[in-house]
Design a protein around this ligand. Sequence first.
Ligand SMILES: COc1ccc([C@@H]2N[C@@H](C)[C@@H](O)[C@H]2O)cc1
Length: 449
Amino acid sequence: PIPLQHGAHRTGKRMDADMAKWRGYGLGQFIHWGLYSILEGKYKGKYYNGAAEWIRSWKEVPNAEYDVLNKQFNPATFNATAWAKMAKQMGVKYLTFTTKHHDGFCLWPSKYTDYTIESSPYKKDIVKEVVDAYTKEGIDVYLYFSIMDWHHPDWRYDLKTKEDSIAFDRFKLFTKNQLTELLQRYPQTKGLWFDGTWDNSWKKSGAFTDSLEQYLKSLVPGLIIGSRLRADEKGNRHVDANGVLMGDYEQGWERKIPKTYADVHGNDWDCVMTIPENGWGYAEKWMGHWKTTNELIEMTAQCVSLGGNFVVNFGPKADGSFRKEEIANAKEIGEWMKINSDAIYNCEYAGWEKQDWGYYTKKRGEDKVYMIVFNVPLSGSLKIKPSANYVVEKATLLEGKQQLSTEKLDYGASFIQLPKGKTFVKPFVIVLDIKPVKQQEEAGPKAKT
Ligand SMILES: COc1ccc([C@@H]2N[C@@H](C)[C@@H](O)[C@H]2O)cc1
């Protein structure tokens, strides 16, 4: 391997208790809220065709006009407890919340800039309200923080001159100070979700990103930080020059889901997903296809079946209320999770050959595999092919506990027979009680039992 001072300091998964808890979340909530929520993806009657939280970068919006939106931000009826209760009902185990997005506006009263919630009519510490309310509901809180800060005079996209480097050194100190402030003001914080780290200025700061990560973890032992923070000394991001992930989990799955287990390279990972096609901040007109509840449930199952967490984004309006589609999705996902969350929480990749009917998940540390069924075959027979080291002892519908008959096929496969005459109108779960067996040679054709 290439000798690196500031590459990954660990190969393989982080195996402490904090990370084990993170690995078991299954389902999370992202919330993007800020000054961009005021503009709703439009300006002076024109609709921005990009992501609403990026509207400041649209040529139709003069920076000076965007930057004074802090004078308008006043969610007087904002109720963090209502947010937390909606999230609890939805069944999410963790929240990732925007403390500062690319526009540089801080939703907490930072003492390192005036561009904070204190400069708005609202004044109160939104980050504290959110952290406290979600923690009270038993939902772990992770703080989103954008390194790139369009508002800060010392931000640089690249380091071309001596002046750039002097300014960016000030900016790096400002960043370290703000992160220290966040972790000290909100000690319940379980981790940081970094963004805005793709520019050359950051790629040229590999050593700093390494010392920053180590510093933050010295402040909060067990703190969880994904792969988007770091660069190695050669400017590689996410994975270092030796192809080793830098960070506690892979953060590359934004609005996309891995196809196969091979795609995740044995790392922990999360997939953060918008309900519309794109756009994280509130937009009056959502972009493209709006995901239905069944699609979001399927994405959750798909992610957990490949060893990751699925994080659904919500973009509240400037007043702190959610749009009706998000409220409906949260409620319906919650209703499904109420019945089926055994197949999601503390589950992992099962390693069985995927079948057309849906996804397998395996309960961590238990001899239980779940079939999450989305496509019911007209035959009513669901084919399974357990890995050679397990046999299936029993198959039971999770809802209602009805035991299902099975029929052995050849080559170690079986049919699980769905009850005749029962129609399934929602995704459902079959629980397989399995038993480990010593490794068998490739099973040949077997007589029908
Ligand atoms: C250069 O492309 C992007 C796309 C999305 C982002 C941000 N990451 C998401 C989690 C949102 O915060 C989005 O604004 C940044 C740059």
